[in-house]
Design a protein around this ligand. Structure first.
Ligand SMILES: [Zn+2]
Ligand SMILES: [Zn+2]
Length: 435
């Protein structure tokens, strides 16, 4: 059986696909035209039964994971179209049937197989808790404020630039030292599933020279997948000795397997203490979002280097603007990374630009399957005072000796990319700032 995270785009899908899976909704995106795309994290049901999976907080080797992608048309009454976040489904396949079909991915970066669905029913509450749960406090204690500060203290106190990296349809930003080495990442994702094709061909490795702290806004795979998108030594470097600050959210089999890989790979995983609304250290504030869904209940970041004249640069992950942390209320932003790749972001931007020239940034992949960015999201920003003239996005790839890349510099007004010279870390990564 093939490893779900094994990055090898040449390999095909599973030869003996499971007859039955347990699956839980991971997200729904609604393109402007056509059906909504609903994704489910899934695990082979027979494996769950045989291994007594989900009673303990571990992830057995060789977990038969998959992601299901279902196209839900308007008014579709099927449970695959209507099941809300949190409901676990028992799905039986019959590939002779095509009345109800979905795509099943046996690899996060691979192609999908078309499967016929015989039936889908909700499981009982006990089985549901085995498939979808928050990592429990006793096994994964919340980090003290001191531990979070320690992780942030690895960041150079004089770092006064940031980068929004071009990872296709996903998010990955960083705070940079003077040499443009990332010393702290905010999200570590990139395009997956259908959107793997939006990831830049040239990008193989992110820079791990400084053993950076990685803040994960939420558990959606487009916000961490680059950690698993390498092999061998590069994969080990993404994990070993790094510190991940993550929100405590309900997670299914795929996210759980990723958490276990982090730990097994030697990463320190610090769970955010939900009794804390915000922690600030030097120029960085991490704050808890106030919503309920996975997108809206994670972590957001404010970065306030010396050149900021107002309230800082805001990194909002995929959080609805109406659910941003308390401490962001009423802020005048020196710069803004648009939430949710320019997808639906729930309400108008409450972060007003500090000046008519304030830049705002978009991270998405050209030709993505969700039609991000949405025209309505962009016009909500225009109405809130963010000028179209100051918008920059990761799809503006520039030719570079390493290949076409769209990495963007965030710096004091008047300072723009590209940054000339060797790429950060001297050439083992592909993170030259080109715009
Ligand atoms: Zn998300
Ligand atoms: Zn996202």
């Amino acid at each position: 059986m093939r490893d779900f995270f094994d990055f090898d785009p040449e390999r095909g899908w599973e030869e003996r696909p499971p007859r039955r899976v347990l699956a839980v909704l991971a997200g729904e995106e609604r393109p402007d035209e056509g059906p909504a795309l609903r994704h489910f994290e899934a695990i082979d049901a027979e494996f769950v039964l045989e291994q007594a999976y989900g009673y303990a907080w571990s992830a057995p080797e060789g977990m038969p994971l998959s992601v299901l992608e279902y196209e839900a048309r308007q008014g579709d009454p099927h449970l695959l179209a209507t099941a809300p976040e949190g409901v676990v489904l028992d799905i039986r396949f019959d590939d002779a049937l095509r009345d109800v079909a979905l795509r099943q991915y046996f690899n996060l970066f691979g192609a999908a197989a078309l499967r016929g669905v015989a039936h889908a029913v909700p499981v009982d509450a006990g089985t549901g808790r085995r498939i979808l749960a928050s990592p429990p406090e006793d096994a994964f204690p919340s980090a003290s404020e001191h531990r979070i500060e320690e992780a942030l203290a690895r960041t150079d106190a004089h770092a006064d630039m940031a980068a929004i990296y071009d990872v296709g349809q996903g998010s990955c930003s960083a705070i940079l030292e003077a040499s443009a080495n990332p010393c702290l990442y905010f999200d570590f994702g990139g395009g997956v599933l259908q959107n793997t094709r939006t990831y830049p061909d040239a990008l193989r490795h992110l820079c791990m020279t400084r053993k950076p702290t990685i803040i994960m806004s939420h558990w959606d795979w487009d916000h961490w997948s680059s950690a698993m998108r390498s092999q061998g030594a590069a994969l080990a470097a993404n994990l070993e000795g790094t510190t991940w600050i993550v929100p405590r959210q309900k997670i299914g089999p795929v996210h759980k397997a990723f958490l276990m890989r982090l730990i097994a790979g030697g990463a320190r995983v610090e769970f955010w203490d939900d009794s804390k609304t915000s922690i600030t250290y030097n120029a960085i504030e991490i704050a808890k979002c106030q919503g309920a869904s996975r997108n809206d209940s994670g972590l957001a970041m404010r970065y306030r280097p010396d050149w900021c004249t107002h309230d800082g640069v805001f990194f909002t992950g995929d959080c609805a603007y109406s659910a941003l942390p308390q401490s962001f209320a009423g802020a005048r932003a020196d710069a803004l990374v648009v939430s949710h790749h320019g997808g639906l972001s729930g309400g108008s931007p409450p972060l007003a630009p500090a000046s008519p020239n304030a830049p705002w940034y978009l991270s998405y992949g050209a030709g993505n399957s969700y039609d991000h960015p949405k025209r309505s999201a962009l016009s909500a920003h225009w109405s809130a005072g963010w000028s179209p003239a100051n918008l920059r996005d990761t799809t503006h790839r520039q030719p570079h000796p390493l290949g076409d890349l769209g990495h963007i510099l965030v710096a004091a007004p008047g300072i723009h990319g590209p940054i000339s010279g060797t790429p950060p870390c001297g050439g083992t990564c592909q993170l030259p700032i080109v715009q």
